[in-house]
Design a protein around this ligand. Structure first.
Ligand SMILES: Cc1ncc(COP(=O)(O)O)c(C=O)c1O
Length: 472
């Protein structure tokens, strides 16, 4: 499918949850002029990226569908990176691109940070993986437990998705119950238990107060007896479902700020009530902070003052190398210790010394004042984007160093409200910004790193301003 060809999505959302933003002119026709330029924008991209086009062609002969990592695919084809440093990527055509996504928000210091590189260079000649533990893993574990309010103990995995899988297994063993609950529109990695209702089509969503689990992939077994789906930010409906299923429910997993929902924040009291609900019914509350841990020294839980039982981590704690971790209450994680029916966990590369080294170097640099400075850059981007979008049916959301532009004039509160965004406008805008040398996701998620300069933010703002003017 070409740019500009995605059908508008209709859905059974609740009007009450989607009140128009004050001051926004709501008009579907607002989006049409930019979308009408999609072919010209794509032609310009193709003209700039002939070497990437050749690599994409080669990739089609190697990978199913031409991609070994579907998440980084973009239409008409992705650009191929040859190197990166600070906030810059260089692509196969020699273009310098300012990165505003940093490998899905995994690099808070930027690419090839000199201190991280030096630490890795010192470790490299000492070997990259041993069939034995190291003091490095203890040091990174201590660093994490010292930050994460729920972190009495921690263990490492290779990815965030693997850590999610382990957290859910731990919860099932701890409670002796089979079901897990996730929120509609949340992404928790590629594990089968949670690849439900990640971004379902409106027709597959079911009732707003009782979402139907919709498969987020082919090849999944039925969700029945395994996963239930809850409506984010709807406490009444969530409470009703949880009370109904409580005797079977091992865990509720929630992103305190959800990426796929457009960095929508929990309503005041929502997470607190979830905490109380889990306490009442003996359910393990899991925060997935794989992406949002970066927003404060103690993560979103530290910022919001709600402490889960288990926390899943990834991305920034690996300093740019593959990582996942589960931090949580000692009494719960004790199911991994010796004993009958203990939860099994290992992994050839789990806690490998390279990842531990990069993670330690990164976290030790991310002191509270550094995170404050990073968040200051994020706030500047959001403030200035909001100024540019003022009065338009465009919405800027985000927290800390994260930001997103959504093509909707309606308030984003949950997954159903995102169904009203004009995804084609967002995708077209993303490619237009890439043509100007700024990388955001295809749906306009972005973040800043410590390497992001004021000039680079100026460049993004100028490119976005230009886009808005040219799309009138
Ligand atoms: C909130 C969240 N959880 C889990 C994951 C999965 O992490 P990984 O890609 O390391 O498996 C991601 C990845 O983007 C994520 O954003």
């Amino acid at each position: 499918m070409k740019l500009g060809q995605r059908p508008a999505v209709q859905g059974p959302w609740s009007d009450a949850m989607n009140a128009p933003l004050p001051g926004a002119r709501i008009s579907a026709s607002y989006y049409a002029p930019l979308v009408a330029q999609a072919d010209a924008i794509e032609a310009r991209y193709r003209a700039q990226t002939t070497a990437s086009a050749r690599l994409a062609e080669q990739a089609r002969g190697v990978f199913p569908g031409g991609s070994t990592r579907q998440g980084v695919f973009r239409r008409p084809y992705p650009f191929y990176v040859t190197e990166a440093s600070g906030s810059h990527l260089v692509d196969a055509d020699g273009r310098r691109i300012v990165d505003f996504w940093f490998n899905a928000a995994a690099l808070p210091l930027g690419h090839a940070d000199p201190d991280v590189v030096a630490a890795l260079a010192a470790q490299l000649p000492k070997g990259t993986a041993y069939f034995a533990p190291t003091a490095l893993e203890i040091a990174l574990g201590q660093e994490i437990c010292g930050r994460v309010p729920s972190g009495e103990r921690v263990f490492f995995a290779n990815t965030g998705g693997e850590a999610v899988m382990m957290a859910l297994r731990v919860a099932r063993r701890f409670t002796g119950r089979p079901l897990v609950a996730k929120f509609e529109g949340s992404f928790h990695g590629s594990h089968d238990d949670v690849l439900w209702s990640v971004s379902p089509a409106a027709a597959d969503c079911g009732r707003a107060d009782s979402p139907t689990p919709a498969p987020g992939s082919g090849g999944l077994l039925s969700a029945s007896g395994r996963t239930i789906v809850l409506p984010f930010n709807d406490l009444t409906a969530t409470r009703e479902i949880v009370q109904r299923e409580a005797g079977q429910l091992a865990a509720i997993i929630v992103e305190p700020v959800s990426n796929r929902m457009g960095f929508v924040l929990p309503r005041p009291g929502f997470l607190e009530s979830l905490r109380a609900l889990c306490d009442e019914h003996g359910i393990v509350l899991i925060f997935d902070e794989v992406l949002c841990f970066r927003v404060s020294y103690r993560g979103m839980q530290g910022m919001l003052g709600v402490t889960p039982d288990l926390t899943v981590l990834g991305k920034i704690i690996g300093g740019g190398l593959p990582v996942g971790a589960v931090a949580g209450k000692e009494a719960i994680l004790a199911v991994l210790a010796e004993g009958d029916g203990r939860v099994y966990h290992t992994g050839t590369f789990a806690a490998n010394p390279m990842t531990m080294t990069a993670g330690l170097a990164t976290l030790r640099m991310l002191k509270p004042e550094v995170i404050e400075s990073l968040n200051g850059k994020g706030a500047r981007v959001r403030d200035e984007l909001r100024r540019l979008c003022s009065g338009l049916p465009l919405q800027v959301t985000g927290v800390g160093s994260l930001f997103k532009v959504s093509a909707t004039g309606n308030e984003l509160v949950n997954y159903r409200s995102t169904l009203q965004t004009d995804v084609t406008w967002q995708e077209t805008a993303s490619l237009a910004l890439l043509n100007e040398g700024c990388l955001l996701t295809t749906q306009l998620h972005g973040c800043v790193a410590m390497s992001t300069s004021d000039q680079q933010i100026d460049l993004l703002l100028a490119a976005f301003d230009h886009l808005l003017h040219s799309a009138r």
